[in-house]
Design a protein around this ligand. Structure first.
Ligand code: ASP
Length: 582
């Protein structure tokens, strides 16, 4: 018997009723999910609240329609022999002798609040409150709440203290375009909505909080897509007197606690690999470890080859198991895809069973010697029935990247459930490369501490400098990233200098941080991961929009409220803004 959430209006929840309740008089409140006429006198009304649905037997004369809000009072009884519905949690009982009171009438809804048909996208967004009535979205948002709550408990067990940081803030350089908010009192000046609480949390370390966390809303003015919304939520943390390994252990623990809370069992231990290893084995710094197809180096196998397509210094391959029957047109498509990804071309070899051993079927195979063909098979481990795809080029990273993308295109499609795989990627390069003016481009925010062994090469050989930065990757998604921070003003200045940020510019933009570092900053490090992504993965959703209550569309619009909307000329004037030219 369930009296869960009983109030002065109801005795409990619809979806919790069962045989234990038979004979009980109940009063339930909810929405009319469906009405079916039954004979001359009766009708069945399925009553729904968030917990589920229960069938009520009512007088046909009762006037209620789909999505009306009603209160039903009646007696729980076992359904007549042969009419139980095993697909419904309450399917063995129904409410009889019902009195129905309509609490609110509903118009015919523009979309069905059932999961059976996926409503039109624009309708879903326009009537999001109806869309959210669907069981799938109810489940997703509740699971999200469970994840947040598990994360909070786990991080608090590690002594972290929740602190809220401002939304009206100043620019911080984390690489994304920022949203600006005009100031009414200071015309021409703007607040910036934070891309993350990065600098605020570092200041909290200077302030001596030791361990901070926040379920923080972050805002970035970047085109929305499946894994990105303008506003998103990060589980954000920072700690003092910790190493990279300490932070990774804490984050691993809280993420596993969340997985345990919602999936019932924690994932296995999280393995760690360096950036170089991730790139060479998987062709990406976000490796999806749920399937094999690792990249192999064909360098030694094809030294001095006469095959021009594979003669460049860097050459690598992947093997697609069972890909040996891939059609020519599909292969042409893969060659095009490789070119789009920046490769000069793509060599393919269908491996077939020959009389004396496997043979390579490819227009290029004739340009390889017998020895090279054997070496290629040995290096890739390909068997008859497989497909080998090889890319050559001047540069290690780009060759790996092309194959990494093909690996995901081809291996990511394997059917069937695959257990989630977390992995830490560490030892990132400090800089992504050089810009047109020869300046190094930072791979992370500029508060990231270089590897201590590489510090002295910051000015002389920046591209060889590793960062004390670490990413947590789940199933090929970058879930989050973090780093050991610079806590010494002299190091911070030399990193700004390496990035071409002048003293004056650094003072203008981050003077407050440099000041703070001068007043005794503890060594500190932190991390942040995307809560939306984590929840989407736990829910089996491709798009983070399915785990956000009120998301924006791909064009950044809110179809329900109509935002963004023009402001009146008077409101613009108050903000010191000129009306747009009409
Ligand atoms: N602030 C960083 C980010 O938003 C995370 C971190 O370094 O803690 O990606």
């Amino acid at each position: 018997m369930s009296e869960e959430l009983a109030t002065s209006m109801r005795t409990g929840l619809c979806g919790r009723l069962g045989l234990d309740d038979v004979g009980r008089r109940v009063r339930l409140c909810g929405w009319v999910a469906r009405r079916r006429e039954h004979g001359e006198h009766l009708a069945f009304v399925d009553l729904r609240d968030y917990s589920g649905v229960v069938q009520c037997v009512v007088d046909r004369a009762v006037e209620v329609r789909g999505e009306d809000v009603v209160a039903v009072e009646g007696i729980v009884r076992r359904r007549p022999e042969g009419t139980a519905n095993p697909r419904l949690a309450t399917g063995e009982v129904e409410i009889a002798e019902c009195r129905i009171e309509r609490l609110a009438a509903a118009q015919t809804p523009p979309l069905s609040p059932e999961d059976r048909v996926e409503p039109d996208e624009a309708l879903r967004m326009r009537y999001r409150y109806l869309d959210l009535r669907r069981p799938r979205l109810q489940r997703n948002l509740r699971l999200r709440a469970q994840v947040s709550s598990a994360l909070r408990s786990a991080i608090e067990r590690h002594g972290f203290c929740e602190v809220e940081t401002p939304l009206l803030w100043a620019p911080t350089p984390e690489g994304a375009r920022e949203f600006a908010v005009p100031s009414r009192l200071h015309h021409g000046s703007f607040y910036v909505l934070p891309q993350s609480p990065q600098l605020a949390k570092q200041l909290l370390m200077v302030a001596g909080f030791d361990r901070y966390y926040q379920i923080a809303r972050c805002l970035r003015d970047e085109d929305p897509r499946a894994d990105r919304q303008y506003e998103f939520t990060q589980f954000d943390l920072e700690a003092s007197f910790v190493s990279q390994e300490d932070v990774m252990a804490i984050v691993g623990d809280v993420v596993r606690a969340a997985a345990q809370a919602v999936l019932g069992e924690p994932p296995g231990p999280i393995e760690t690999m360096t950036y170089d290893e991730a790139m060479s084995r998987f062709g990406t710094d976000k490796p999806d470890l749920r399937f094999g197809m690792e990249l192999v180096d064909l360098g030694p196998a094809l030294t001095g080859t006469g095959l021009r397509a594979l003669a460049a210094p860097q050459r690598r391959a992947i093997t697609v198991p069972g890909g040996g029957q891939t059609s020519r047109s599909r292969l042409d498509g893969l060659v095009d895809r490789a070119r789009q990804l920046g490769a000069p071309g793509l060599a393919w070899f269908r491996v077939q069973a020959g009389e004396t051993g496997p043979i390579l079927e490819s227009p290029l195979a004739g340009h390889l010697s017998d020895q090279e063909r054997a070496a290629l098979l040995a290096a890739t481990g390909a068997e008859p029935g497989d497909l080998v795809l090889a890319v050559a080029g001047e540069e290690w990273r780009s060759v790996c990247t092309v194959l990494g993308a093909l690996r995901v295109d081809l291996g990511g499609q394997e059917p069937g459930p695959r257990p989630s795989r977390f992995v830490w990627v560490v030892d990132f390069p400090m800089f992504k490369g050089l810009d047109e003016t020869g300046r190094p481009v930072p791979a992370h925010h500029p508060f990231t501490m270089p590897h201590p062994e590489d510090l002295d090469r910051l000015a002389t050989d920046p591209l060889s400098v590793r960062a004390q930065a670490y990413d947590l990757v789940l199933n090929g998604w970058e879930l989050g990233s973090g780093s050991v921070r610079i806590h010494r003003p002299d190091v911070q200045r030399s990193v700004f200098a390496a990035l071409g940020i002048s003293e004056a510019e650094a003072r203008g933009r981050f003077g407050f941080l440099l000041d703070a570092l001068a007043y005794g900053a503890p060594p500190h490090a932190g991390f942040a991961f995307g809560l939306d992504r984590l929840v989407a993965i736990f829910c089996g959703e491709e798009n983070i929009r399915e785990v956000i209550a009120f998301p924006k569309t791909q064009s950044g619009a809110d179809l329900m409220t109509g935002a963004p909307k023009p402001l009146s000329d008077a409101a613009l004037a108050e903000l010191g803004l000129a009306p747009p030219a009409r």
